[in-house]
Design a binder for this molecule. Structure first.
Ligand SMILES: *[C@@H]1O[C@H](CO)[C@@H](O)[C@H](O)[C@H]1NC(C)=O
Length: 295
C-alpha cells in the first residue's frame, strides 16, 4: 500500500518542469539557479518522488471547473534554455543504454559526479522507469524518443485510431510570475475534450528528453480551461484531467486532505504542467490541435 500510495503521488503530482538537474549531454555541468527545482532528499521510501514539488499542485473537483471560479496554482513557463534536455532521434537514443544496471557507465558518460544532484536524478529516473511496477490498471513506458512515445500511444489506442497531443500553454514572459503560486480565474466555461482513452506523458529529469507515459483504465475526463493569473495577468490555456474513480487511491493522497474527501467519494481533477503531453484520440477534424496521423 505504501508503494502504491507513493506511486499514485508520483503519477498525479508530477507537476514540475524538470529542466533542471541535468544539462544536455556534452555541456558543462554547471549549476543553473534559474532552472533550479527543489529536490526532495527523502530517499527512505522505495517509491520516493524527488522531482515533484507537492506544494504547487492544485487539486479540485469537477464542480470547481466553472467560469469565474478561482483556483490558486502555479504554471511554470516552458522556456527551453541552452541547458534544457534535448529530444533525441530514436537511433541516437537507442545507442545509449537506458538500463538501471548501467548507472555507473551512464554517470561517466554524462560527466555527472557520483552522488551529485544530477546523478541522483538520473538514478531516480531510471528507477521510476525500469524498476517501479505500474499500479493496478496502469500501463506505462518511458519513451526516450518521439518515435517510441508515438509507438506507445498507438499501442494503447489501437492501430486504426488517429490521435493528437494536447498541452498546457502559458503566455507569461519568463520570470514574470511563472514561478509563484497565484490565484487563477477561469475566464471561460471549460470545454471537455472527447477522450474515451488518454495517455499522459510527463517529462523526467535526464540529460536528454525522457517521457514517462502512462494510461489508466479507470475513467477520466479531459478539459481545456482558460485561466488568467491575478498577479501578472498570465493567460493560460490549461489542460486538466478529472479522475472519476479515486477508490483505489491511498487515503493518504494529499488531494483528499486538501479537499476534505475520501477515496472514491468524488472525482478529483488537476492541471498538467506545460511540458507534459496528453494524448487523446482524434475525432474533431476542425480542432486545431497538433495532429499525428497514423497509417
Ligand atoms: C487567493 O484569493 C483569496 C481570496 O481573496 C485569498 O485569501 C488568497 O490568499 C489568495 N491566494 C493567493 C495564492 O494569492
Amino acid at each position: 500500500m505504501e508503494c502504491n500510495s507513493m506511486r499514485i503521488l508520483f503519477i498525479f503530482l508530477l507537476s514540475v518542469t524538470p529542466l533542471i538537474s541535468c544539462a544536455a549531454i556534452g555541456e558543462e555541468v554547471a549549476s543553473n539557479e534559474n532552472d533550479h527545482v527543489p529536490v526532495n532528499h527523502h530517499h527512505d521510501h522505495g517509491h520516493s518522488t524527488p522531482h515533484i514539488d507537492h506544494s504547487v499542485q492544485a487539486f479540485f473537483t469537477p464542480e470547481d471547473l466553472k467560469e469565474g471560479n478561482v483556483i490558486p496554482t502555479m504554471f511554470r513557463g516552458r522556456y527551453p534554455s541552452s541547458s534544457s534536455p534535448r529530444l533525441l532521434p530514436r537511433e541516437e537514443a537507442d545507442s545509449i543504454p537506458f538500463l538501471h544496471s548501467k548507472l555507473p557507465y551512464l554517470l561517466h558518460l554524462f560527466g555527472f559526479a557520483q552522488a551529485s544532484a544530477r546523478a541522483n536524478a538520473v538514478e531516480e529516473t531510471l528507477r521510476q522507469c525500469l524498476i517501479d511496477k505500474p499500479i493496478q490498471g496502469e500501463t506505462k513506458t518511458c519513451a526516450t524518443s518521439l518515435e517510441s512515445m508515438l509507438d506507445f500511444v498507438q499501442q494503447i489506442f489501437g492501430s486504426s485510431t488517429k490521435f493528437k497531443a494536447l498541452s498546457t500553454k502559458t503566455f507569461a514572459k519568463s520570470g514574470t510570475g511563472s514561478n509563484i503560486i497565484q490565484n487563477y480565474t477561469i475566464t471561460k466555461e471549460p470545454r471537455q475534450v472527447p477522450s474515451p482513452k488518454m495517455v499522459a506523458c510527463h517529462t523526467l529529469p535526464y540529460p536528454y528528453v525522457v517521457y514517462y507515459c502512462h494510461h489508466q483504465e479507470s475513467e477520466s475526463k479531459v478539459f481545456k480551461v482558460s485561466l488568467r493569473g491575478e498577479v501578472n495577468n498570465n493567460i493560460v490555456e490549461a489542460i486538466s484531467v478529472c479522475h472519476l474513480d479515486t477508490s483505489q487511491w491511498s487515503p493518504n493522497h494529499p488531494s483528499f486532505q486538501v479537499l476534505g474527501l475520501k477515496p472514491g467519494s468524488s472525482p478529483i481533477c488537476h492541471f498538467f504542467p506545460a511540458d507534459n503531453l496528453v494524448w487523446v484520440p482524434l475525432f474533431d477534424t476542425q480542432d486545431l490541435g497538433y495532429k499525428v496521423l497514423s497509417t
